[in-house]
Design a protein around this ligand. Structure first.
Ligand code: G4P
Length: 195
């Protein structure tokens, strides 16, 4: 998605050879117009899938997921990473290990919001090693729901998540795929290369 690539090139900051900072439009401040375009793009890619629900994870997955949900006309559920006062029983839970942060967290979704009748689009802001996405897929499986695919805003193509998920036969649609952050420079892989 050209508009997203342009935004990454103008506002993204390369923090290291593996970390891209996009706090000005996705991870801290949010650009609503860009989020709307992102939502429309996901909605058009998954238009024929009969999606009934979008599942994402707090916090940065929520903005693009809500915009996709608005266009597709379906509710958006976000997995919680922390215990909540009101989220107490009847939960699906999955363990998610972050290699980046070297910690494992349980994520939870209420059984009230995803069931066997659902066709689910999983979404997240970043795909690095794929552990968050796998945790969400695990929850879709626990619910006996159908997985339509995974929508990612920015995939780091040089990390393992994309291959891991596509290797399982899952349809992964990433709107920008970063192939390298070497020498402080962002390079993209064209999406056709990973299909
Ligand atoms: P994985 O799920 O693909 O295995 O990712 P990983 O554990 O490596 O990432 C942990 C967190 O860091 C996730 O957000 C992920 O979205 C984010 N992240 C990973 N690589 C980058 C990067 O290059 N740039 C940015 N900006 N974020 C990255 P989180 O901690 O859950 O944060 P949030 O969703 O609450 O914002």
């Amino acid at each position: 998605m050209k508009q997203l690539q342009e935004k990454i090139l103008t506002e993204g900051k390369v923090l290291s050879e593996s970390v891209l900072k996009v706090d000005s439009f996705l991870n801290h401040q949010i650009d609503p117009a860009l989020m709307q375009a992102i939502g429309e793009e996901f909605a058009s890619r998954f238009a024929d899938e009969g999606i009934t629900k979008i599942l994402t994870i707090e916090s940065s997955g929520i903005a693009p997921a809500v915009m996709a949900g608005l266009v597709l006309g379906v509710p958006v559920v976000f997995a919680r990473k922390r215990k909540s006062l009101t989220l107490v029983d009847d939960l699906y839970t999955a363990s998610v290990h972050s290699f980046t942060k070297n910690e494992t967290n349980d994520i939870s979704v209420s059984k009230a919001f995803i069931g066997s009748e659902d066709v689910v689009l999983v979404m997240d802001d970043f795909l690095a090693n794929g552990q968050a996405a796998l945790g969400l897929v695990d929850i879709v499986e626990q619910a006996d729901a159908a997985l339509s695919g995974i929508g990612i805003v920015i995939e780091k193509g040089f990390q393992t998540g994309g291959n891991l998920l596509r290797g399982r036969g899952i349809r992964v649609e990433s709107l920008a795929i970063v192939s390298s952050l070497e020498h402080g420079k962002v390079e993209f892989l064209e999406e056709e290369m990973v299909r």
